[in-house]
Design a protein around this ligand. Structure first.
Ligand SMILES: Nc1nc2c(ncn2[C@@H]2O[C@H](COP(=O)(O)OP(=O)(O)OP(=O)(O)O)[C@@H](O)[C@H]2O)c(=O)[nH]1
Ligand SMILES: [Mg+2]
Length: 253
């Protein structure tokens, strides 16, 4: 196991507050200015959590807003990328930064309030105790979606069945993007080899975690539709998922 920045740091003396924020919540953003300022305080309400926003040069000023918040709040960081490079590469860049900064737990969370911060304690507790990867799951008892129309439900349910059967994944919700990794499992996965960038990214990470022997658990979440702002889902992202599941199945990526 590699030494981390946190482990290298000299012990603090003189009653300085002990930093217990060993969980980095990574929030990728593209045009989320109406959400991110409300979301960050709700994450920081959990003392173990810090926030790392990975913003892709949002034209609406999301990055500038986060930069301002980060100046005042040491538990907030910004990783600014020059343009819209996709969700998967945003997470990979975020994972590398969080690991380098010594995070023990790493959470993935959308900015649009589909992923309610009130589930953070359940995700963190399960990842601290029993599992290397804990999925926030819409499709276990107690979980679900609200506000979704028929076609969105069909795509989500169908996508999970499709990926689950073809890859033999032992989970009910492999496409969701609200989850918690232990540091060790991200270190064990070859992050440079991850190829998927949209929905397929979530499936690929479950598949790769399983391949390196991760214990994977699920906790129920209720998933409402995004609060405000525009969805970035596209036909191309769905197509990538359909194709990449087979490429993963045959070890082509
Ligand atoms: N950095 C970065 N973030 C992105 C990119 N695409 C999407 N995001 C963010 O990823 C999260 C999920 O994107 P959404 O558009 O909500 O996708 P979704 O949840 O699958 O779709 P909806 O259910 O319609 O909201 C949000 O916080 C987006 O702002 C990207 O290319 N780069
Ligand atoms: Mg969303």
């Amino acid at each position: 196991m590699t030494m981390t920045a946190a482990q290298d740091a000299p012990p603090r003396l003189g009653g300085a507050p002990v930093d217990i924020a060993d969980c980095t919540v990574i929030v990728p953003t593209y045009n989320e200015v109406d959400n991110i300022g409300l979301l960050i305080p709700q994450i920081l309400a959990h003392p173990r959590c810090r926030v790392l926003v990975v913003d892709d040069g949002s034209p609406d000023g999301t990055g500038t807003m986060v930069e301002r918040i980060a100046r005042e709040e040491p538990r907030v960081g910004l990783l600014a990328r020059p343009g819209k490079l996709g969700l998967g590469t945003a997470y990979i860049a975020g994972f590398r930064r969080a690991l380098a900064e010594g995070a023990q737990l790493i959470v993935e969370m959308d900015a649009d309030f589909s992923h309610d911060p009130r589930y953070l304690p359940a995700l963190i507790a399960a990842a601290s105790r029993d599992y290397d990867l804990v999925l926030g799951s819409r499709y276990v008892r107690g979980g679900g979606t609200t506000d979704w129309g028929f076609s969105r439900k069909l795509i989500s349910r169908g996508g999970n069945l499709y990926a689950g059967i073809i890859l033999g994944l032992p989970v009910a919700d492999s496409t969701g993007g609200y989850r918690c990794y232990r540091r060790g499992i991200l270190e064990a996965i070859d992050l440079g080899a991850v190829r998927s960038n949209g929905y397929a990214f979530q499936i690929e990470m479950v598949h790769r975690a399983r391949a390196v022997g991760a214990r994977i658990g699920e906790v129920p979440i209720i998933f409402p539709d995004r609060r405000v702002g525009q969805s970035k889902m596209s036909r191309r992202i769905v197509l990538e998922a359909l194709v990449n599941v087979w490429r993963l199945r045959f070890g082509l990526i």
